[in-house]
Design a protein around this ligand. Structure first.
Ligand code: TXA
Ligand code: MG
Length: 316
């Protein structure tokens, strides 16, 4: 079957089967095309980063089709719910405090204690999410650093066979990514300007919105990352032979016994899918006072894994 198919009901159902099975499906939203995967399957989420050649694990936007679901996923309050009811479906993305702490969501959330959610205003996207029965995480469906795709052909040109199916729903009407606001603090902070104007948000909230001066593509600025990732135990990386007081996380065929191995077969996608969960587990155990991790090859998803563990092992 060809990778690009018109977004008919039958093909949307087929796309939903693929999503449930852990495959990648690109689909139209009103802003740009998204590269979608089942939010609860870390291995599928790892394939998103691999397909995009993303050198870091950025937190991904979970796309949902039902506001009621938000309460299971994130901590909500009146401000969150009123914004969602007013602006959804539409180009507004909310960064919220994460409620669903299942480890399978860790990679989608890049190990953070926040979860990022939006309800797209596009019938194909909404039908795909409903038919899948799970939130669909989706960054823009292009290779890292290249221009965001607003047609199925852009997706094909950028990703080709790296995606299992591209649902063609015609050109996107908004054409720029969603506006992202952080609602985890007292003040609303805009992390990325986008398809919904700041003025519209301010007049609805009746208060000014702060503009973040960070780079929206690097929410993981070292300071922030250190706070969120640094295990409480001292953490050493690139270790071939752990010390007796180190909880060792292996990778590949390491020749020493390790309580956890990111991927015994040396598969970087599998390693990425396990990374945050294993780091949590290593930090929660109390038998060893320190943590060490085997070397991870600096290729493919290894770049993103090394980026994260370098930050996590950093000590001032
Ligand atoms: O319009 C859109 O938002 C499109 C469509 C497909 O929905 N999606 C999109 O996703 O633009 P992406 O991954 O290309 O951009 C999302 C941005 C990234 O820069 C990510 O770092 C940031 O949002 N982001 C996501 N969650 C965050 C969080 N918890 N804190 C800070 N930044 C976050
Ligand atoms: Mg993008």
């Amino acid at each position: 079957m060809s990778t690009v198919l018109p977004a008919t009901s039958e093909n949307i159902r087929y796309g939903a089967e693929l999503i449930r099975a852990g495959r990648l499906v690109a689909f139209p939203t009103e802003t740009v095309y998204g590269l979608g995967a089942n939010a609860y399957l870390a291995d599928a989420v790892a394939h998103i980063f691999e397909a995009k050649n993303r050198p870091t694990f950025n937190p991904l936007i979970s796309h949902i089709a039902d506001i009621d679901f938000l309460n299971e996923y994130a901590h909500t309050d009146d401000r969150v719910l009123s914004l969602a009811k007013h602006f959804w479906p539409g180009p507004l993305t909310l960064v919220l405090k994460r409620k669903d702490m299942s480890p399978s969501l860790d990679l989608a959330c890049a190990g953070l204690s926040t979860v990022t959610v939006r309800m797209p205003n596009h019938p194909v996207a909404l039908n795909l999410i409903r038919a899948s029965g799970v939130p669909i995480v989706a960054p823009s469906a292009n290779r890292s650093q290249s221009i965001s795709p607003t047609t199925a052909d852009h997706v094909w040109q950028s990703l080709g066979d790296r995606v299992d199916l591209i649902l063609d729903g015609g050109p996107c009407s908004v054409g720029v990514e969603s506006t992202i606001i952080d609602l985890t603090g007292k003040q609303v902070v805009m992390l990325r300007p986008g398809g919904l104007a700041r003025e519209d948000l301010e007049s609805f909230l009746n208060e000014p919105i702060l503009l973040s001066h960070g780079n929206p593509d690097l929410p993981s600025s070292p300071g922030q990352m250190l706070k969120h990732y640094a295990p409480t135990h001292p953490f050493r990386i690139n270790v071939n032979m752990p010390e007796p007081d180190e909880f060792f996380i292996g990778f590949g065929d390491i020749g020493v016994t390790a309580p956890l191995n990111l991927s015994p077969s040396g598969d970087l996608c599998e390693a990425a899918a396990h990374l945050f969960d294993y780091m949590h587990r290593a930090d929660e155990q109390t038998t060893y006072p320190k943590i060490a991790m085997a070397p991870i090859p600096e290729q493919g998803l290894g770049l993103a894994i090394n980026d994260r563990i370098r930050r996590a092992s950093y000590r001032k």
